[in-house]
Ligand binder design. Structure first.
Ligand code: 4AD
Ligand code: MG
Length: 475
């Protein structure tokens, strides 16, 4: 059996060929376009109408699975270099055209989301999911080539790394009959793990312990957040890449984040050309239906090139705050969340203003107010900011969140005490600061946001196979 991608790249010198795939279209009772998923391009199979059984012809419908034997030849027609002159067709699986939802026409993304088990058969989702796979490989390749070890963080954990309390509980207790302690609380000592547990919101805390032994590690795994955010950038289950490096300060952390993102983008620009070109054209078509002032200035490939070739702008929170406080939309009260006082958290409208309107390039914001960031970030000498950094991207907003970690035991303890985080919950984490503590840093990159950026897909639900969002866990 041959793979269509390989056949399309060959020169068609009359070799015997067998392919298996799904019918994309069938026209003039003669030309079948078949796709096997190996590439966005279909192979044209030309049948001899006279000598093909009528009952077979009727079953060549969009979506049917076929096995085709024939001779690969140079194509007579335009639009393809090679084609298959069919000698034998076998219908492997019928597809009733009255019922098959994926017709050869444009479907809305909303409709396709409801058919997520079939949407991968469209050109758009085929391209997106092949790119997702290529990006995932590029991530592992980048870290391996740069001396990192892959670390598998636990998915079930007792800790809330981000301290935001947005966790899905994991329990084997019977909700109809919960064991209670004397004071009426749920008795988790009788639960499966003998304590309260949840699905991880980040593998960082565990990754830190590994960085303090293996030097440079990274996690790439599923991450869960029970935040009720119904936006185009939030999922309840997403994949996060979290490198963690011993002996790295915040500048080295920012350098790594920038180099990493640029490298994986460059990589897929060379390995996924066909899919990217298809997605670029798809976006160009979409842009045409928008009013001129809302069209984006760059086409997809130009944008990817721009980001991978230009330096990210590094700006402190305080500088960004001044820019935002004095900017037109703030003065004209156009922001939903006005910027008045130093210390406020930045919302996506502010991040997008900085990236898309002010700097017009990716931005790394650093040294955030301690009050709006997680407990583990290293306190600066000013006593009010922490060594945090966020990478902000056009069209996406925050794509990376990271920090230099607080390596001083006493400072970490007082920070935890102030936030009411009990030491006995994180005794093992504190021990990394007790035994051979060292400057270290890391960050988390939301994989789906990266896939969104690279594919130009507007909604995060369209870059993960089966999205989990509030009120939705179908499939
Ligand atoms: O900024 P966050 O919350 O950082 C952490 O979890 C750190 N522990 C990472 C670290 O330093 N090791 O999340 C990191 C990134 C965000 O920048 C965003 O790209 C993505 O994860 N992210 C989400 N992606 C999709 N849906 C959600 N609900 C997300 N929440 C965060
Ligand atoms: Mg963040």
């Amino acid at each position: 059996m041959n793979n269509i991608r390989t056949l399309l790249n060959s020169d068609g010198n009359s070799q015997k060929t067998q392919i298996k795939g799904w019918v994309k279209s069938f026209r003039s009772n003669r030309f079948i376009a078949i796709n096997d998923g190996s590439t966005i391009n279909n192979i044209q199979c030309v049948i001899d109408f006279e000598n093909t059984n009528e009952s077979i012809l009727k079953r060549i419908t969009t979506g049917a699975a076929l096995s085709v034997n024939g001779i690969l030849t140079k194509s007579q027609g335009r639009g393809q270099k090679v084609e298959i002159q069919v000698s034998e067709i076998e219908i492997l699986g019928d597809s009733n055209p009255e019922e098959y939802p994926i017709q050869p026409k444009k479907h809305s993304l909303e409709f396709l989301r409801e058919n997520a088990h079939l949407r991968i058969r469209t050109n758009t989702f085929g391209a997106v999911m092949r790119l997702r796979s290529a990006l995932s490989f590029a991530v592992h390749e980048y870290f391996t080539e740069n001396g990192f070890y892959n670390f598998h963080a636990p998915i079930i954990t007792g800790s809330d790394a981000e301290g935001a309390g947005e966790m899905f509980k994991v329990t084997a207790l019977n909700p109809e009959n919960l064991p209670r302690t004397e004071d009426g609380k749920i008795d988790y000592s009788q639960d499966f793990f003998g304590k309260e547990t949840n699905l991880t919101v980040s593998g960082q805390l565990e990754a830190e312990t590994y960085a303090m032994a293996l030097g440079k590690v990274y996690t790439f795994g599923p991450t869960f957040r029970a935040e009720n955010s119904n936006t185009t950038r939030h999922l309840a289950e997403f994949w996060m890449i979290e490198p963690e490096m011993a002996f790295h300060d915040l500048d080295m952390n920012m350098d790594l984040a920038e180099d990493f993102i640029k490298s994986v983008i460059k990589k897929v620009m060379t390995t996924c050309k066909d899919d990217l070109e298809f997605l670029e054209n798809r976006l160009l078509q979409e842009e045409k239906s928008k009013p001129a002032n809302q069209r984006s200035e760059m086409a997809l490939l130009e944008k990817l090139n721009f980001v991978s070739e230009n330096e990210f702008k590094r700006v402190s929170y305080t500088e960004a705050f001044d820019i935002l406080r004095n900017c037109k939309p703030n003065k004209k009260k156009k922001f939903q969340f006005p910027i008045n006082e130093w210390g406020v958290d930045l919302q996506s409208e502010h991040e997008r203003f900085l990236v898309e309107k002010h700097f017009k390039c990716p931005v790394i914001l650093f040294d955030y107010p301690a009050g709006i960031k997680a407990f583990y970030m290293r306190l600066n000498d000013d006593g009010k900011t922490v060594r945090a950094m966020d990478v902000l991207f056009p069209g996406i907003g925050e794509i990376v969140g990271g920090a230099q970690r607080e390596e001083r035991l006493d400072v970490l303890q007082s920070k935890m005490a102030a936030l009411g985080i009990e030491e006995k919950e994180l005794w093992w984490y504190l021990e990394t600061r007790k035994f051979g503590t060292a400057v270290h840093s890391g960050f988390g990159l939301g994989f789906e946001r990266l896939v969104q950026f690279v594919t130009g897909m507007g909604n995060i639900r369209d870059v993960i196979p089966f999205p989990r969002t509030p009120q939705n866990a179908e499939f």
